[in-house]
Each structure stands twice: as C-alpha cells, then as structure tokens.
Design a protein around this ligand. Structure first.
Ligand code: SF4
Length: 232
C-alpha cells in the first residue's frame, strides 16, 4: 500500500501527449531550496491520506477519459510498494508516468525491467560537481549517472529536465549538464518560479532569468540532445 497524499484528477501537461491524472507520494531525499512542496517533502504525515481503494475507484470511473497516471512527489522511488502500485495501475489499463530525481537506480531498473512504467521524467538539476548545492544534501552522483544511463538505454519513452535556477544556470552550466545526458532523446527546461512556499528563503522572491537566457540554454543543449523544449 502506498500513502497517496494528493490527487490532481485531470492534467493535460504532466504526461506529454496524454490526458492523465497525477498522484503525489510523500517524502523526498533531497531538500532543494526552490522546492514548492515543502509540506509533502518534510511533513507529509500531517497531510490526509487518500486510501488506495478510493483512488482506484476514481480511476475506474475515468476509464476512457484518462489515459495515464503520473506518479510524482516528493520522490516516489523512496516509497515502499511503488512497483506494486504501478502494477495495479497498469493492470487497471492505464499508462504510468514516473517523475524522479534519479537517486534510486535500482528501483528504476526494476520498474523498467518489469515493464511497470511507460514514461520517466528525471530531473538533472545541475552539473554533477554542483549537485549538492542544489539538492542541499550530500548526493551520490554515481547513482544519478547510473539512472541517466539506465533511462537513456531503456527503450521506454523519457525526458530529462531541469528547473532553471537563476543563481546556478549559465551557458556553461547547461553545457556541463548536456555532457552528462549526451545522446539523450529529449530535454526540457522548466522556468523557475519564485514562491513564498519555497524551502530556501532566497528563492521566495528571486527573479527568474529572462526568456532570452532560456533560449540560449536551448541552443547549447541542442548540441547534446535530440529534442529540447522550454516550459514556462
Ligand atoms: S527533488 Fe523535487 S520534491 Fe524533492 S526537494 Fe527537490 S524539488 Fe522538492
């Protein structure tokens, strides 16, 4: 059983090309300063849980209207029971899209090998040597590299992506990330949004970089990756 802490009943943007719903699983092993989900990451026990039974009844009621389920967090791969949950979703006739920070390649490997996931979106938040500055925890970057390789070679649909954190991203940053994901199919830049809910104080009123900077990052990333997109 997984603890579902949030449900977005319909989304047209979370699963590329599909109508989907999104479930939010609790907890995360990172503490990114720009994260807007502090409740889900740090104090999920205080949030109400949607029983799995209720979720699957909802899903059955959406058959034919919703094609997929996006599983996000927090970091879903730290949830015990994630593979079994994905299997239930697949058995119910829905596609599974997983968002991950890439820290658990063994979980990703199992999901891929057992065909329990149809699309993976992995964050590649920073160049490897700067990772802990962004994740705000000691980060095993070897595991991130393993996840990148695994996903790139998986044969399933995927994207790598990054939020454009204004105090980290430059053309040089993007070049270093590009080298880490070189040969990948798809990379998305997500514009940074300041938020009063951001975990790190300095991200609460930081100005996003201008659109021209993101366009420049796109040009740099195109040297390494097949398809590059920018999400506002
Ligand atoms: S990995 Fe995602 S959910 Fe976890 S702290 Fe960072 S932004 Fe938040």
């Amino acid at each position: 059983m997984v603890q579902i802490k949030g449900l977005q009943k319909t989304t047209l943007v979370d699963y590329p090309g599909k109508v989907a719903c999104t479930v939010f699983l609790p907890g995360c092993n990172f503490r990114c300063g720009y994260c807007h989900n502090a409740d889900l990451v740090c104090s999920a026990a205080a949030l109400p849980t949607i029983p799995e039974k209720e979720f699957f009844a909802f899903l059955a009621s959406r058959k034919g209207k919703v094609e997929g389920v996006c599983i996000t967090g927090g970091e879903p791969t730290i949830t015990k029971g994630l593979p079994e949950f994905c299997k239930r979703v697949k058995d119910a006739g829905f596609l599974v899209k997983l968002d991950s920070n890439g820290t658990n390649p063994s979980v990703l490997r199992r999901l891929i090998e057992e065909k329990l996931v149809d699309y993976i979106a992995m964050d590649v938040k920073a160049p490897i040597e700067q990772y802990s500055i962004v994740s705000c925890v000691d980060t095993d970057t070897g595991k991130l590299a393993e996840s990148i390789g695994l996903i790139r070679e998986s044969g399933i649909d995927y994207e790598f992506r990054a939020t454009v954190i204004p105090d980290v991203f430059t053309d040089e940053t993007v070049k270093a990330i590009g080298k880490a994901v070189c040969g990948a199919k798809r990379f998305f830049f997500q514009q940074f949004q300041p938020s009063k809910k951001a975990m790190g104080e300095r991200y609460r009123d930081m100005e996003p970089l201008p659109a021209e900077a993101l366009e420049s990052f796109g040009r740099v990333m195109r040297q390494f990756v097949g398809e590059v997109g920018i999400r506002k």
